[in-house]
Design a protein around this ligand. Structure first.
Ligand code: AMP
Length: 246
């Protein structure tokens, strides 16, 4: 069964002061997943498909920072303004800032709709903090989907990626083109290239992934949570592998 009404994710985007307008219905099976993989492997696209299929919420830390980048600097806390600066250069935001943001939004981890964490955790410190928080809440991850793809293919995917300015849907100029060039199929919004998808940021992001995030593969393998998935092929092919693995 697919999910036709998408949660507005107000609590994720705006923090504890906001309430989601359309809470997902209670389901027999609540999925709590983490997506791992280098930038550009298609985690965001798989997250969207998982949202449709499982009714979970996509909790992407990158979306929170991108939303902050759009607000005026005066309305940001100093930590958030610094985070936006790191993001623009393709660097990781410091762990303390990222963790503050996730901890503030811990109600999203308890949500009856379940979740797919996309872009978090990114370091061993973040992964340990998440484990501890989940344990204290009596929650457990069902699995960590690790999407694998050769670097040359990753670079090709990132350079053609376009996202909707309004609803954040992800397209690719050749791999997943919109029906009308530059226009989102889902909401009619304008498709743009993410600031951090520009070549100068991409190099930094891939190096950072190897250094800081790839150790999470062993971390979750040791916990018995790792589910490796080849990210080669079309989004539907990758999604078929994902659902088969789950
Ligand atoms: P993403 O969309 O997940 O690639 O995130 C975009 C950018 O936001 C990253 O390149 C980082 O600058 C920042 N960011 C997002 N999530 C995290 C995280 N968990 N830890 C550190 N920085 C993050």
């Amino acid at each position: 069964m697919t999910n036709t009404v998408k949660n507005d994710r107000a609590a994720w985007f705006c923090g504890p002061s906001a309430t989601c307008s359309n809470l997902p219905p209670q389901r027999a099976r609540i999925w709590r997943l983490v997506l791992l993989g280098a930038p550009g492997v298609g985690k965001g696209t798989q997250a969207e498909l998982l949202v449709e299929r499982l009714g979970v919420c996509q909790l992407a830390t990158g979306d929170v920072f991108r939303a902050a980048a759009k607000s005026t600097n005066a309305s940001l806390t100093p930590a958030m303004a610094a985070a936006v600066g790191h993001m623009r250069k393709g660097e990781l935001v410091p762990d303390t800032t990222v963790w503050e943001i996730v901890r503030e939004r811990s109600s999203c981890l308890r949500c009856r709709g379940g979740f797919v964490l996309d872009g978090f955790p990114r370091t061993i410190m973040q992964a340990n903090a998440l484990q501890e928080l989940m344990k204290s809440e009596g929650l457990e991850l069902d699995g960590v989907l690790n999407y694998e793809l050769p670097t040359a293919e990753i670079v090709a995917r990132i350079s053609g990626r376009r996202v909707c300015e309004k609803c954040k849907a992800v397209f690719h100029v050749t791999g997943r083109p919109p029906k009308v060039a530059g226009v989102c199929d889902q909401c009619g919004g304008k498709l743009i290239q993410r600031e951090d998808d520009r070549p100068e940021s991409v190099k930094v992001r891939l190096e950072t992934y190897d250094r800081a995030t790839s150790p999470l593969i062993d971390f979750y393998r040791n916990l018995g949570k790792l589910i490796p998935i080849s990210a080669e092929g079309t989004p539907d092919e990758v999604f078929a592998r994902t659902t088969a693995a789950l």
